[in-house]
Design a protein around this ligand. Structure first.
Ligand code: FMN
Length: 412
């Protein structure tokens, strides 16, 4: 447990003891001194009293979010939290799930619950994938290595970001097998070739090409959190006109910061990639039926429905609401993965009911990482998996294949 959390927990325990003590009225000579007053006087931020002191104590993933907010540097926490504009799209990703309800069936044999899913011939114990997220050493010193160990320990598929703070070889080493690799191709073909060759050499079987950030996105929440961070950021970020440090996966290539955006990328790019690698290619960041159909026509191996967790365009549309038209467009020809706003096992269930083959999570495991490192990520995965199993049992759906369109309904 970190010193900060220990302090918070000790203070919380003291306040609880004080509030329950018969001596309370006599302490400090106050005429009127209720338990509520004690908390109000001693704890300017009431929310801190709710902090869990260890990963094991977390009851849901939002317990992790609170600790992450408390222990992480504000600018780095803001980088996790941010969506775009006024957060409408990120909000709707959640609201989309909340509008759906589960339609449980009774008197079904649910003595065994089976959450296994097969993707490209490989069986996974859970349909929950660890989504790619950059710069994880900004959240915890062990960064991507902690995530890799946690995902492996709990048996989850993991995708490594192009802008990771640790190179793919070390991450594969920590995991004990190659991860899937998310590709920000950049606008420089030489860089793309070099990165793909390196990742292929490292044994990664699958490239996840992210296509939803051709240019900048309007991340206001991140800017607001930066403003309350009084640390010297320049020592890490080399601010003041100097180029930021080159991320490990672009080191040794001809990468320049101006290459990062891919405004000129079109569907031909899939063919170009096919020309340099035999790895599977998945396209991440699609949200319309038209693009789902085009992706399959261009021979991709899977479609990943995503709006980058509400961090790309401020479309205002929930990915869970885009999912049905994507599934229709794909027509079962390739797997469909979805992410955005999955925070409960019931959300996983609802996504499967709308036709997803598997789902992915971003912020929940990053909160776990920021809060407690590897243990935090493991606990987040455990919580979501347990919640999914509970939901499946109570809904009368013993296996993922039993979850269908009639397993859920839509409220207003
Ligand atoms: C801090 C952070 C960093 C991210 N970095 C990447 C990235 O490098 N590449 C990528 O394809 N997606 C990235 N994403 C998007 C995630 O892969 C995923 O699509 C999204 O987080 C899912 O939504 P959720 O956070 O609501 O679960 C990032 C998301 C967050 C929150």
């Amino acid at each position: 447990m970190s010193d900060l959390i220990q302090q918070a927990v000790r203070r919380r325990d003291f306040l609880r003891w004080l509030a329950a003590s018969p001596l309370l009225p006599y302490l400090g000579g106050c005429d009127v001194f209720s338990a509520g007053d004690a908390v109000a006087q001693e704890a300017p931020r009431r929310a801190l009293d709710d902090l869990v002191g260890s990963a094991a104590e977390a009851l849901d993933i939002f317990d992790m979010e609170k600790v992450a907010e408390f222990v992480m540097p504000p600018a780095h926490f803001g980088y996790i939290q941010t969506g775009v504009d006024g957060e409408e799209t990120q909000h709707n990703n959640r609201a989309g799930f909340e509008r759906l309800y589960v339609r449980p069936r009774r008197l079904v044999d649910v003595s065994t619950i089976d959450t296994r899913v097969t993707l490209f011939g490989r069986e996974w114990q859970s349909p929950i994938i660890v989504a790619p997220a950059g710069s994880q050493r900004a959240f915890h010193a062990d960064g991507e290595l902690a995530t890799a160990r946690a995902a492996q320990a709990r048996g989850h598929l993991q995708v490594l970001s192009s802008v990771s703070s640790t190179g793919v070889e070390a991450v594969n080493g920590a995991r004990g097998e190659p991860v899937w690799y998310q590709l920000y191709a950049t606008s420089n073909w030489d860089v793309t070739q070099a990165v793909v060759a390196r990742v292929r050499e490292a044994g990664c079987p699958t490239l996840v090409l992210t296509v939803d950030l051709p240019g900048n996105s309007n991340r206001l929440t991140q800017e607001r959190w930066k403003r309350i961070d009084d640390r010297d950021c320049a020592s890490c970020h080399r601010e003041g006109g100097q180029a930021p440090p080159v991320k490990p996966m672009y080191q040794g290539t001809s990468y320049q910061p101006s290459d990062f955006r891919t405004a000129g990328m079109t569907w031909d790019f899939i063919g170009r990639l096919r020309g340099i690698t035999d790895q599977r290619i998945i396209v991440k960041g699609l949200v319309t039926r038209e693009d789902a159909e085009l992706a399959v026509e261009h021979g991709v191996d899977a479609v990943w429905v995503s709006n980058h967790g509400g961090r790309s365009e401020g479309s205002g549309r929930a990915t869970i609401d885009a999912l049905p038209e994507m599934v229709e467009g794909v027509q079962g020809r390739v797997p469909v993965i979805v992410d955005g706003g999955i925070r409960r096992g019931t959300d996983v269930f609802k996504a499967m009911a709308r036709g997803a083959t598997a789902v992915a999570i971003g912020r929940p495991y990053l909160w776990g990482l920021g809060a407690f490192g590897q243990e935090g990520v493991e606990r987040v995965l455990q919580i979501l998996q347990t919640e999914l199993e509970i939901t499946m049992q109570l809904a009368g759906t013993p296996s993922l294949a039993d979850i269908g369109a009639s397993s859920i309904g839509a409220g207003s």
